[in-house]
Design a protein around this ligand. Structure first.
Ligand code: AMP
Length: 211
């Protein structure tokens, strides 16, 4: 398995980029946030356990997250190219991933974006309730207001994109990020990207990097 982890704050564009890589370039994309939201929608046990943490903008406990991602990676064969979006978020999660997959985490890409941009992106974000496609009412509006360009589904705001929860999510991110960056820097796997640029510009850069 060839694993690339996307690191960066909520709103740094990891999910948008990872979805495009999966749609057009054959990567398997795992977003732990999307997996948890799906589990909550289905009423699955892990979703029930995660809900109160997500609603408050806190991290879901490591043990639950590690179980979730191990279950997702286990069935994949060795040739699969994987993008992990939103995992790991703590050093214990990064360590568990390395233990599980030995040397297969190939690189960590850090999506760097100024905080004021993150707040604008998150509070303006809308996602399709059917296919998950992300939009932004200020920067990437849909062609028809409230409707997904891709599948015609309804666009909704995630409840944790409300401003108070966004601020807490950014604090939580800041409390873990330096240690996580050091973890990958120390093993020579970290690349920092300027992710405050337009989506298409960053996508071209990523395609070059992941070649
Ligand atoms: P995201 O969609 O990546 O912003 O994730 C939404 C929420 O899911 C986060 O605010 C956390 O509560 C939870 N979550 C997602 N991934 C993780 C993770 N790797 N570790 C802990 N909590 C997570």
């Amino acid at each position: 398995m060839d694993i690339t982890v996307f690191l960066g704050a909520p709103g740094s564009g990891k999910g948008t980029q990872a979805k495009r890589l999966a749609q057009a370039h054959g990567f398997r994309h795992f977003s732990t946030g999307d997996m948890l939201r799906a589990a909550m929608a289905e009423g699955a046990e892990i979703g029930k356990k995660a809900k109160s943490f997500i609603d408050r903008g806190e991290l879901v406990p490591d043990a639950l997250m590690i179980e979730l991602i191990e279950g997702a990676l286990e069935p994949l064969d060795d040739n699969t190219r994987v993008v992990l979006d939103g995992f790991p978020r703590t050093v214990p999660q990064a360590e568990a991933l390395d233990e599980k997959t030995l040397t297969t985490v190939r690189r960590a890409l850090y999506f760097k974006v100024p905080t004021h941009t993150l707040i604008e992106r998150l509070t303006g974000r809308r996602i399709c309730e059917k296919c998950g496609e992300p939009f932004n009412i200020a920067f990437v509006p849909p062609k028809v207001r409230g409707i997904c360009d891709r599948c015609g589904g309804k666009l909704i705001q995630r409840s944790d994109d409300a401003e108070a929860v966004v601020r807490r999510r950014l604090e939580v991110f800041a409390s873990q990020n330096d240690q996580l960056l050091s973890y990958y820097k120390n093993v020579g796997k970290l690349t920092e990207l300027d992710a405050g640029v337009p989506v298409a510009v960053l996508q071209d850069k990523l395609i070059q990097l992941l070649r």
